[in-house]
Design a protein around this ligand. Sequence first.
Ligand SMILES: [Zn+2]
Length: 430
Amino acid sequence: MKYWNPEIETMSRDALTALQSERLQKALRHAYENCKPYRAKMESAGLQPGDIKSVEELWKLPMTVKNDLRDTYPYGMFAVPMKDVVRIHASSGTTGKQTVVGYTAGDIAIWGECMARCLIMAGANSEDILHVSYGYGLFTGGLGGHIGGETIGAATIPASTGNTKRQLQMFTDFGSTVLLCTPSYAMHLGDAVHEAGIRDQIKLRVGVFGAEPWTEEMRDEIENRLGIRAHDIYGLSEVMGPGVSCDCEQRNGLHVMEDHFLVEIIDPATGKPVPDGTPGELVFTCVTKEALPLIRYNTRDICTIDRSPCACGRNLTRMGKITGRTDDMLIIRGVNVFPSQVESVLLGIAGVAPYYRLVVDRVNNLDTLEIQVEMTEGLFSDEERRIESLVRRIEKEVLSALGISAKVTMVSHGTIERFEGKAKRVLDRR
Ligand SMILES: [Zn+2]
């Protein structure tokens, strides 16, 4: 099977725009009539739902941010009575309250549809044994992956995260062929497979990884370790969960499920839309959601979009890989630094394992950046000259990529913390 929903996935741009405009009008009426915070936002912008007739007028609408959800915690933005809500998820913020999201039965069905399109896009099918190692719980990863697996008819294993030894046993005993988890956990599982010497006993062939930004270099590493083809999937609980977009066999961007989610890129400084291809903050409008309408929601994720048709035959707009989040951006000595830039540098250098930690501090009023890098297993701490030259090389490449100097410290293999969910790679002591 090439497409899960060929009619939508290969629909002409004109037909898709017409469908989006029709759905947008309906979504605005629903939000205005059933969700007080949206009615207030639109009224203060002097807008009635009928004023917006097409997707070209999307920019006129007020934006929504995470704080709108936090301020109305837990259910203040819900637009349906609780008797129609069948599922609750929540995402934990690093600070403050959780963001609570709700789904009607219709919302859940659309989630299954979108996830199914993603899995087929990544090359999975009904004969696969789909191993979901995202966390099951309030986090949307586990159940999101799960509904996708069941929708395409794959034998879906709710493995959840943790207990790596047991994960490996399931790989070999249950014959898992498709793996869903965070890229950092995929890396860790890859190392564990190697250490256990069971690479020839596992049948994994496809990986669908998301929930944190990762680089092309990381993709190569994971593919080599597990002997799979790795795909990037994107989503966030506010919009739906995983399945908002995914990359196809061409792997030149992630196709957005545009019949449900309208996508824009805006300039973080001015809030105005930027031309296609220019990096900026990713903004989504959900046009079919019932329980929690979402109009122009700023994800704070940074990427670009490309609306040109793809060689896979899909016309759905592609978003580039997420290069970082405005929230994750570090400002070090006035320079904007994303952890993903450091990752790109490190993974291009032999002798360096893909585990690192950034320690940012302030010494005598000056920001300092230390990059702790793990050596590969083959490199031992007694090879001082080799390590010294590796440190110099990383420092030089970081300076050229980031524009700031950093102190590089090599640490022994296995000393940097491994993560089963989203990796935490920055320690900011300022
Ligand atoms: Zn494609």
